[in-house]
Write a protein that binds this ligand. Sequence first.
Ligand SMILES: [Zn+2]
Ligand SMILES: [Zn+2]
Length: 260
Amino acid sequence: MLDITAEMPEIENPAPQARLHFKVLGCVQGVGFRPFVLNLAQSLDLCGWGSNSPQGVDIEVEGDPDHLAAFRRELDTARPAPAHIDRVEVSAQNPEGDPRFEIRPSAHNGRQSTLILPDLATCPQCLAELWDPAGRRYRYPFINCTHCGPRFTIITGLPYDRPRTTMAGFQLCPECRREYENPYDRRFHAQPVACPACGPHLSLWDPKGRLLCERDAALLAAADEIRAGIGGGGRREERILFLKAFGHRNRVFGTPGKTT
Ligand SMILES: [Zn+2]
Ligand SMILES: [Zn+2]
């Protein structure tokens, strides 16, 4: 029978625990930096938290000092490609024994000094998804992830979180929410995440302001117009299409004999 009153044996040489606070300054919001920090901390068996701040990202990690040193190194060397770190301020803290590493809500105190990224060109993974007829974002023009998509265009305030973007009014559908909340998904905390079920969609209007069609039909009709302008389908008349995406407007010309 188990004697629960027996004293627990002493653990020999318990691993010393240390805790560090990192203040990361630079272009570290909207680039998948917090998901990267979460995965890095978990892979090194560190507990603590990470959070956007008006100056960048604040991180507290606790665990084996060797693992903390590896965390410090990899923060620089393994960071997501679009991120740019200007400076990291490190200070020692007393261990608190958090049960895990977590991403906390953004802090709003202090002067705003973090840099905002420009919009990022669609990444290869999103392009592959865009052209996959079996995917739920097939030909969806507002596709994006933590590696790509709009940033500067949609930001209305800092820290960079969805409620402070023009995407605030679009409620995530269950599938997008699963991606947004999954630390192992490339859309983990991707603020502009959207799909045909829950995100913005295209509408095609004629010059008199009449709605012609919407969604994929609008995309195909617009492409047909441009194709007709450059001489496809036996028609040769110039076509001009005004295209408004997340924020900016583009003019697309379909001119006979030209391919752009
Ligand atoms: Zn992408
Ligand atoms: Zn969705």
